[in-house]
Structures are given as structure tokens and as C-alpha cells.
Ligand binder design. Structure first.
Ligand code: URA
Length: 230
């Protein structure tokens, strides 16, 4: 929200007072004086007037989890353990998953309370590649790479997938890089060739790479440098 709207929404200021406060440099956001009424204020921002706190700003939280097999990418599930059950953190109901994985898919999962950040990571238009290690039931044919690069038509969504990059590693293993994250996307892409995916592991999302020191089920907070890369 813009700072002028944030301030006007408070019962103590009217719009004229808000204009004046900003012009007089009496408002600060995260310790920096603000004069531009369009300055963005988020739930994480600390907002002060003459040094008096108007909003303390809650901490933004970012975690990298090595998702194990057999857990659900959801915040609650009546039957199975969820990825959030693996986190020993307060206020877990504030957290959400940036890019779900299927029940038996393993690998990099990012969890945060920052919706803008997770949208940047997952929205197709930001074009951040998600890289998967894949093992299949049948051999991977030489025609797969060109088909994936051209895009596959998904009738349910009525769209053609964005160009994906396939690197064949062995007769039945490959590394696939995709831009968007449609429902069961990797399995459906190999399914086009009637080839079942029997192992799927996400290695990276954009510049963020699964920390190899994390065993399945373990997690750690992201570093400031990692957070800023998105
Ligand atoms: N594509 C899939 O089919 N499953 C996943 O878990 C992730 C991508």
C-alpha cells in the first residue's frame, strides 16, 4: 500500500495532515525519512512518525526445505503429514509454500510469509527456471528435447507450455528445466510419450539451489543474499 493511504487510514490523520507530515519529513519507513506519497509500505515495514512507532512491522520469514517423499505440499491435510509439520517455527499459519510439489516428489521447497516474494518466484512471466532431476520407466527418446522445447499443449488449461530445456543424462534419466509450474507439469510432459516418471526431484528454483547439506525433511532459513536474489 502507498504510504499516503496507509497514513490516511489511521484514525489520527486526515489527508491534509498526511501531506504535511510527508513534506516535513516527519515520517520514516524502515528508518529512512519518506517524502514520496507513493512509497510502498508493507506488513513487514516499520513506520514511524517523529520517532513514534505507527507500525512495528512483522519479520519477513524465508525457509528452504528438503522435501522428503510421502508428505503433502499443503498447510493442513487430514491424512498425511504436511511440509509445514516439518518446520519447528512459531506462527506457522502465516507461512505458505512457493511452488508446490507432488506427494512423492522430493527436493527444493521454499516456504515464506512474503506473498510478493513468492509470486516473483513462481509466476511464469518472471521466467525463473525450475530444474528437476527425472527418472522414467521407459527410455527417453531423442525426440523428447525438441518437443519440450516447442512446448506441449495442455488441453485442460488451454495453453502451450513455455519452452523447456531437456538434458538427457542416461537412458532413463534427465534434467528438465521448466519456466512455469502447471499441475503435474513434468509428469504430463513425459506422459505425452506414455513414459511414466518414477522419480522426481527439484534441484533449483531460479538462482536458489537446494543446499546439499540438508537431508530429506531438514530445513534452514534463507540467507539475506539468497532472499535478495529473487
Ligand atoms: N511436476 C510434476 O509433475 N510434479 C511435481 O511435483 C513438480 C513438477
Amino acid at each position: 500500500m502507498r504510504i499516503d493511504r496507509f497514513l490516511s487510514n489511521l484514525p489520527r490523520f486526515n489527508r491534509q495532515q498526511v501531506r504535511l507530515l510527508l513534506a516535513e519529513r516527519r515520517i520514516s519507513v524502515d528508518g529512512q525519512p519518506v517524502t514520496d506519497p507513493r512509497q510502498d509500505v508493507r506488513e513487514f515495514s516499520r513506520v514511524e512518525c517523529d520517532g513514534q512507532i505507527l507500525q512495528a512491522g512483522k519479520p519477513a520469514r524465508y525457509f528452504m526445505l528438503h522435501k522428503p517423499q510421502g508428505c503433502v505440499s499443503a498447510t493442513v491435510d487430514p491424512q498425511h503429514p504436511t511440509v509445514l509439520d516439518l518446520l519447528d517455527e512459531p506462527d506457522k499459519s502465516d507461512l505458505h509454500i512457493a511452488g508446490r510439489l507432488d506427494f512423492n516428489t522430493t527436493g527444493l521447497m521454499l516456504i515464506t510469509n512474503d506473498g510478493q516474494w513468492s509470486r516473483r518466484l513462481t509466476q511464469p512471466h518472471t521466467k525463473l527456471p525450475k530444474v528437476y532431476y527425472v527418472e522414467t520407466e521407459q527410455e527417453i527418446g531423442p525426440e523428447y528435447a525438441a518437443t519440450f522445447r516447442a512446448g506441449l499443449y495442455f488441453a485442460f488449461e488451454d495453453l502451450t507450455t513455455q519452452p523447456a530445456d531437456l538434458q538427457v543424462l542416461g537412458p532413463k534419466s534427465a534434467r528438465l528445466s521448466i519456466i512455469e509450474g502447471r499441475y503435474h507439469q513434468v509428469k504430463r510432459m513425459f506422459g505425452h510419450f506414455d513414459n511414466k516418471v518414477i522419480r522426481l526431484h527439484r534441484e533449483c528454483m531460479g538462482p536458489l539451489v537446494l543446499d546439499e547439506r540438508l537431508a530429506p525433511g531438514q530445513y534452514r532459513p534463507l540467507s539475506d543474499a539468497e532472499i535478495c536474489q529473487i
